[in-house]
Design a protein around this ligand. Structure first.
Ligand code: PLP
Length: 407
C-alpha cells in the first residue's frame, strides 16, 4: 500500500533520518481529513465504485484494501513503521505473538521436514515445537546446550527451519545469531528468531544473518500492557509463503490493537533505553546479595554469555533473571514481600513485574524439561519497567528482607 501522505512533497524529506525519528514519523496513512495522528479504521469491508473496480482489485492483490482479514489501514500503517525501523522487506502483523510464531513455522514446514531448536524457550513456543509440529509429521531436534558446537552437530544433517529466542525466556541464554545462521543455511534451513526480549532497539537479527524475525508486540512494543499483538518480519520471498497462509487462516490483528501498537512504537526507543538504565542498576544491586545463588543478565561482567551478548546486542535489555538460594519457598517469600513490583506472568510493561516461571509460564513442563531450560524452583524473572530506580531498589530490598535468615 502507498503510505505517503496526501499533499506532502516527499522529495523534501531528509533521507538519513535516525531510527528514533523514523519510529515517530513513518507509516502514517492520512485520510482526506489530514489528521495529525493515525485514525482508527473500524471497517471489516470496503466498497467499490463499480463492478469492474472490484474485479481489478482482486486481479491485483495489494493494490487496495478489499477485506480487513486480508489487509486493513491500521495494520498497514503499523507494518510500514516496523518494517522501516527493522530494515525488513516485509512485515505482517498478527493477533498475538504466538500466532506470529506459529504462522512463521507452519507456512514453511510440511510432513517429513525437520526443525532444530534449543530447549530454553517460552513455554508456548516449546509447546508448538514439542507437541504440535510432530503431529503433522515434522521432526524437531531440541538442544540442551545453546553453544555453537551443539548447533553444528545438530545441523550436520539437513533441516528446513531453525527456531530460537535470544536472549531466551526466562533463562536469558544467548545464542550466536551469525554463527547459527551460517550453519543453518549450509544445512538448508531458514532461521526464525523470536526477538521479544531484545526488541529491535537492542538487536536486529536480519542484519546478522537471520531470515525471519517474530515478535510478541504485546510486550515492549505496546509497552503499557494494554493489548496483544504479533509481528513477522521477512524477505519478499518468504512473504510469498506467509502472505497467503495468513490471509486464509485468519490470525489478523484487530484494527484497534494495531492503532494502540502504532503509537506504542513511537516511544519504543526511549522506553527501552530507560528500562536498560534501571536494569543495569538493579543488576549491580543484586550482584552483591547473598540471598541469590545466581544472577543472569546478558551484559553481566565476567559471565559466560557477556562477550557474545555484547557482539550482537546494543545493551543488556530490561529482563533480569536470578535464583533465590532458598528455592521455591524463599522465592515466594521474596515475591510476597514486594509492595511496588507486581507479581505477573507478563513482561515488557511500563510497570515492573516479577514472575516465578516454574509455577506459572512453565508450570506444565516436567522437572527434567525445566532443569534443562535452566528453570529452577528458586528462579525468578524480573521485567524492569519505568519506575524510578531508587524506588525499585527499595522494593527489591524489602523483598529480600522477607526471606527468613538461612534460606
Ligand atoms: C519470548 C516470547 N515469545 C512469544 C510470546 C507470546 O506472545 P503473546 O502472548 O503475544 O502471544 C511470549 C509471551 O510471553 C514470549 O515471552
Amino acid at each position: 500500500m502507498d503510505n505517503s501522505s496526501p499533499g506532502k512533497d516527499s522529495s523534501l524529506e531528509q533521507p538519513d533520518r535516525l531510527p528514533a525519528t523514523r519510529l515517530l514519523h513513518e507509516g502514517l496513512l492520512r485520510s482526506r481529513f489530514e489528521e495529525s495522528n493515525a485514525a482508527i479504521y473500524m471497517s471489516s469491508g470496503f466498497v467499490y465504485d463499480c463492478a469492474e473496480a472490484a474485479e481489478a482489485a482482486f486481479a491485483s492483490p495489494g493494490s487496495r484494501f478489499v477485506y480487513a482479514r486480508v489487509a486493513n489501514p491500521n495494520a498497514a500503517m503499523l507494518e510500514a513503521k516496523l518494517a522501516g525501523y527493522e530494515g525488513a522487506e516485509r512485515c505482517f502483523t498478527t493477533a498475538t505473538g504466538m500466532s506470529a510464531v506459529f504462522s512463521a513455522l507452519a507456512c514453511l514446514l510440511k510432513a517429513g521436514d525437520r526443525v532444530v531448536a534449543p530447549r530454553t524457550l517460552f513455554s508456548s513456543c516449546y509447546y508448538i515445537l514439542h507437541d504440535i509440529l510432530p503431529r503433522y509429521g515434522i521432526e524437531v531436534t531440541f538442544l540442551d546446550d545453546p553453544g555453537l558446537a551443539a548447533w553444528e552437530k545438530a545441523l550436520s544433517r539437513p533441516a528446513q527451519a531453525v527456531f530460537f529466542e535470544t536472549p531466551g525466556n526466562p533463562g536469558l541464554d544467548i545464542i550466536d545469531i551469525a554463527g547459527v545462521s551460517a550453519l543453518a543455511h549450509k544445512a538448508g534451513a531458514l532461521v526464525i528468531i523470536d526477538n521479544v526480549f531484545a526488541t529491535p532497539v537492542l538487536q536486529q537479527p536480519l542484519g546478522l544473518g537471520a531470515d525471519v524475525v517474530v515478535y510478541s508486540m504485546t510486550k515492549h512494543m505496546d509497552g503499557q500492557g494494554r493489548c496483544n499483538g504479533g509481528a513477522i518480519l521477512c524477505s519478499q520471498s518468504f512473504a510469498e509463503l506467509l502472505g497467503p497462509f495468513l490471509v486464509h487462516t485468519g490470525p489478523m490483528l484487530a484494527q484497534f490493537n494495531a492503532w494502540v501498537l502504532f503509537h506504542g512504537l513511537e516511544t519504543l526507543e526511549m522506553r527501552v533505553h530507560r528500562q536498560c538504565d534501571t536494569a543495569e542498576e538493579i543488576v549491580s544491586f543484586l550482584a552483591e546479595r547473598a540471598e541469590l545463588s545466581s544472577l543472569r543478565y546478558p551484559f553481566l561482567a565476567g559471565s559466560a554469555c557477556e562477550i557474545l551478548a555484547r557482539s550482537q546486542m546494543k545493551r543488556g535489555g530490561s529482563l533480569v533473571t536470578f535464583d533465590i538460594a532458598g528455592g521455591k519457598e524463599a522465592a515466594f517469600r521474596f515475591m510476597n514481600g514486594l509492595r511496588l513490583i507486581s507479581i505477573s506472568n507478563n513482561l515488557g510493561d511500563s510497570k515492573t513485574l516479577i514472575t516465578h516461571p516454574r509455577t506459572t509460564t512453565h508450570q506444565k513442563l516436567s522437572d527434567a524439561e525445566c532443569a534443562a531450560a535452566g528453570i529452577l524452583p528458586g528462579t525468578l524473572r524480573l521485567s524492569v519497567g519505568l519506575e524510578s530506580a531508587r524506588d525499585l531498589l527499595h522494593d527489591l530490598g524489602r523483598g529480600l528482607a522477607a526471606i527468613p535468615p538461612g534460606e
